[in-house]
Design a protein around this ligand. Structure first.
Ligand SMILES: [Zn+2]
Length: 327
């Protein structure tokens, strides 16, 4: 696949990633201004080599520490690499990254091998770090860094205020929905981050894994966030019969099928289920008896909807309306 640039404004382009930007690849972004910048480097090595030959890249910027956004940094060894300050200790280094995302142990070892094999990841530590509110000034184009954690603790979006263009990276609007499967992922922070980007009222949203969205952004945001509620409803339904964590992971209410081999799948699935269980426990909707999770209500499963109404004050079919008062 050769270099394909999609113009977002006079100075900002989306670089279509291999595999149409689908994981384990991702779209990158290219700034052509007084300074030339590459934002994220998971679009594929052949494309990156073409960028290296066609443009004089002055700096590379990463939106967060995940390897599908940083695997090609090493192809630009002589320019500064800017990374989020939240990832200072680990950015671009696979061993500390694996411990961040999984904790030390065999799964972290397995993940490192998989990332090297699938993404060709080579360690390349960052040289500079940015934080929330940082303005990248490229000449005409300015991008404001907006800390948007939840997916990871170091996840950022970039906002171009003049034309209200949002680079939303892994708040990615895919039909899979929000991904919060690492140890540091956080469901309430993810919801808050979605609210933050909604508050920016963007006119164009370009994520890392889909074609940019210019029309119907609010609807796309609602569709994307509604997946969280669908998972929650599915988990409540499973818990209503009494179920262990292990059986919940087997039921795969998030992934529905194995994608990355059983070990990684079970970790990601389990971690995302855990965040929902923690939320439901904190809200008093479920409780835990030994190894088993059950509904806190004595109502039988068939009476789940009245329970939901009692808790949220509305029918489950209008779940998207809950955002704003339940975060
Ligand atoms: Zn990511």
């Amino acid at each position: 696949m050769s270099l394909e640039l999609l113009k977002l404004n006079e100075n900002l382009y989306l670089v279509t990633g291999q595999n149409a930007g689908r994981f384990p690849c991702a779209h990158s972004f290219l700034v052509q201004d007084r300074l030339c910048a590459l934002i994220d480097s998971g679009c594929g090595f052949e494309i990156l080599k073409e960028i290296r030959e066609s443009f004089s890249v002055d700096l590379v910027i990463n939106s967060h520490g995940h390897p599908d956004h940083s695997s090609g940094n090493w192809l630009f060894p002589d320019v500064p690499l800017y990374a989020p300050k939240e990832g200072t200790e680990s950015h671009g280094r696979l061993l500390p990254l694996s411990h961040r995302f999984f904790g030390p142990g065999p799964l972290a070892d397995h993940w490192r091998g998989w990332i090297r094999q699938v993404m060709g990841f080579v360690d390349h530590p960052a040289t500079n770090f940015f934080s929330d509110g940082h303005i990248f000034d490229f000449g005409h184009l300015k991008l404001k860094a907006i800390h948007a954690p939840g997916h990871t603790s170091d996840h950022y979006c970039f906002f171009e205020p003049e034309n209200r263009i949002l680079l939303s990276f892994d708040i990615d609007f895919t039909s899979f929905g929000p991904w919060y499967g690492n140890l540091e992922s956080n469901l309430s922070e993810f919801k808050r981050s979605i609210d933050i980007i909604r508050g920016l009222d963007p006119k164009l949203v370009a994520s890392s894994h889909l074609h940019p969205i210019g029309e119907g952004i609010e609807q796309a945001l609602q569709d994307y966030t509604s997946v969280i509620d669908k998972r929650r409803r599915k988990i409540i339904e499973l818990v209503s019969h009494g179920i262990s964590r292990s059986a919940l992971v087997d039921a795969a209410p998030v992934y529905r099928r194995h994608l990355h081999g059983p070990e990684l799948f079970r970790f990601f699935e389990g971690r995302m289920i855990d965040l929902h269980l923690e939320e439901l426990l904190a809200q008093g909707i479920i409780d835990r008896q030994g190894e088993e999770y059950r509904l806190a209500s004595s109502e039988p499963a068939s009476s789940l909807e009245p329970l939901r109404r009692a808790v949220w004050g509305m029918d489950s079919s209008s779940c998207s309306g809950r955002y704003g008062n339940s975060y």
